[in-house]
Design a protein around this ligand. Structure first.
Ligand SMILES: [Zn+2]
Length: 144
């Protein structure tokens, strides 16, 4: 393993905590405050620790990931059920769209939370200052 690959693996391990907090809809910094003030509206700042979250630029990426994930899960199941069981047409025409709608809506907020948490962790867009403060705090803690 090269040095660069080791750094990347180390960074990935450090990103797990913020990503999991984002998946749960919690602040990537503290894990206590709610990230969303509405279904997909990210709060300007964490109500618990005050971490600024308004810098995110998730845009359409969570919806894109949602479609990819649900599609890759649902389409093989759909093909298997339709070829093996051949349910009546009315059932197929109501069941699959309903399952797709529920699955995409259920995953959209967790995916957006993870995307915002990833942007926060990497220091993208306006999160650079927050990342710099975290690096300084880590360095200060390491030096004592
Ligand atoms: Zn917080």
């Amino acid at each position: 393993m090269t040095h660069a690959a080791a750094l990347t693996a180390n960074q990935a391990a450090k990103a797990t905590g913020p990503l999991m907090r984002g998946l749960r809809g919690r602040c990537p910094a503290c894990g206590e405050g709610r990230m969303f003030r509405k279904f997909l509206k990210v709060a300007d700042e964490c109500p618990h620790c005050g971490e600024e979250l308004h810098h995110h630029r998730a845009d359409d990426f969570p919806a894109y990931l949602d479609i990819v994930i649900v599609g890759h899960i649902l389409v093989p199941i759909l093909v298997a059920v339709e070829t093996e069981c051949a349910p009546p047409l009315w059932l197929s025409m109501t069941m699959w769209p309903a399952i797709a709608l529920v699955a995409t809506l259920a995953l959209l907020q967790p995916i957006k939370g993870a995307v915002v948490a990833l942007q926060w962790f990497i220091g993208m867009h306006g999160f650079e200052q927050s990342k710099g403060r975290r690096a300084l705090a880590t360095a200060a803690a390491a030096t004592g």
